[in-house]
Design a protein around this ligand. Structure first.
Ligand SMILES: *Cc1c(COP(=O)(O)O)cnc(C)c1O
Length: 434
């Protein structure tokens, strides 16, 4: 009988200089593989566009896309600031030694405890998401004898996702303060002795391919900077949020990051001059753009089931527990058979996960004929995979390996059966049968 070893000798898919089949053998599957070099290239693109613009800027990495202690170190090494949205993300950053003054706390429903922890740690910015939070934050800061630097998150009435954007009322959103209430919110914040309103923030969506919606948002934001100046306060920073798209499929365009910040600079300079305000520092907070294309997931093929003339299901040893995006929002990914990389793709198949749901990872993809034991590499899984993973079906969360140059290092260990039950407690009255 042909051994697994023989089959795996076919032409290999090389990711960032590394043989993915060898990685699968060394670390097991399913496996998240991240590339430091690829992350750095994305960050360099953002920086190059900002450098061309001549703007004062900072790039905040949106931690929710992919966060663990090693990623916090990467953000630090690459000169990124960090956005966190929960006590857990803040704790992760602090545990990694990330400078708190370069952290922004976000969230549409921050708890008193999260706010207290953030102020105690000395985070640089807290982004206020509602009128309620203006009072809440001021009260907590006052009780701690601190003045907190804040941004107001405004919803500027434009929402954009993928190729589409709408200008109708995204006032109907749980995020941010409708821009029509922006002046009132600003006045409230300015009057609070324990808040220093230094900036305005907006985030108009995710996976946005077109730069236009950012300018629609900016139009409202710059007007608000002017209104606030008339109240006697100066807005020094504008945060344009994240959302820059990546191409998951070959036929999608790239987001035009090169032109974005130079154009933003032109827009701001023209408006600042006519409104008599200073050009503010520009902050962005991309997640997907930085890590999305920097990661892949490796799986081992198991059961293959052909329903003649209908569909061929190729099952892998992970699924919606490690990548919920297809189930959540019909997200699309491409994939290759890592040990048959240059074989003719002649087989139309559907990739299924092993969870007790339909669990379709990829519907209808052309692959070379697959067999049990093949290694499947699903592309572009660096963002919103690991961070959104669950323990559904008590599957063990995969390990994460970081490639950097020739190195491969484990940065998150795989769950074990022991870690899966680590927080389980059997009430005493049930008796203990162990
Ligand atoms: C999700 C989110 C981001 C990052 O979005 P990407 O699409 O990953 O760039 C940035 N800012 C806020 C407020 C967010 O909610």
């Amino acid at each position: 009988m042909e051994s697994n070893e023989d089959k795996l000798l076919g032409s290999r898919f090389i990711f960032e200089g590394h043989d993915t089949v060898e990685l699968a053998k060394k670390y097991g599957t399913p496996l998240y593989v991240m590339s430091y070099d690829a992350i750095k290239r994305s960050v360099d693109k953002l920086k190059a566009s900002f450098e061309k613009s001549g703007l004062e800027y900072s790039i905040n990495y949106a931690g929710k896309a992919f966060l663990n202690t090693a990623m916090c170190r990467i953000a630090d090494i690459l000169g990124l600031d960090l956005d966190v949205v929960s006590g857990g993300e803040l704790y992760t950053a602090l545990a990694a030694g990330f400078d708190p003054s370069r952290i922004t706390l976000h969230g549409s429903n921050k708890s008193q405890q999260e706010i207290t922890e953030a102020i105690e740690a000395g985070v640089g910015t807290i982004t206020i998401d509602s009128l309620y939070e203006i009072d809440l934050l001021n009260d907590i800061a006052a009780s701690m004898g601190k003045v907190v630097q804040v941004h107001l998150r405004l919803s500027p009435g434009v929402e954009a996702h993928t190729h589409e954007y709408v200008q109708t009322g995204r006032v109907d959103s749980k995020f941010g303060i409708p821009i029509s209430m922006g002046s009132r919110a600003a006045r409230m914040a300015i009057e609070k002795p324990n808040l220093d309103l230094k900036g305005l923030h907006c985030h108009i969506g995710s996976q946005i391919f077109n730069t236009k919606p950012y300018f629609i948002a900016l139009t409202g934001m710059i007007e608000m900077v002017y209104n606030i100046k008339e109240m006697g306060a100066e807005i020094r920073e504008i945060n344009l949020g994240g959302g820059f798209a990546i191409n998951y499929l070959a036929d999608e365009n790239d987001f035009d990051i090169d032109s974005l910040f130079p154009s933003v600079a032109d827009f701001l300079r023209e408006n600042a001059q006519s409104l008599g305000i200073k050009v503010p520092k520009v902050i962005v907070e991309p997640g997907r753009f930085i890590v999305g294309k920097s990661g892949i997931t490796l799986y081992t093929v198991g059961t293959i089931k052909e329903i003649p003339y209908i569909r061929k299901y190729v099952s892998v040893d992970g699924g919606m527990a490690d990548n919920p995006r297809p189930a959540l929002y019909n997200a699309v990914h491409s994939a290759v058979v890592a040990n048959k990389y240059d074989y003719e793709p002649t087989d139309l198949v559907t990739i299924s996960g092993k969870c007790c749901e339909t669990d379709t990872l990829i519907k209808d993809i052309l692959l070379p004929p697959t067999e049990p034991g093949d290694i499947l590499a699903v592309m572009d899984t660096g963002a919103y995979n690991y961070s959104m993973a669950s323990h559904y079906n008590r599957l063990l969360s995969p390990s994460v390996v970081l490639l950097s140059g020739e190195r491969d290092d484990l940065i998150v260990k795989r769950d074990t059966y022991a870690t899966i039950i680590a927080n389980d407690v059997i009430p005493e009255w049930m008796g203990n049968k162990q």
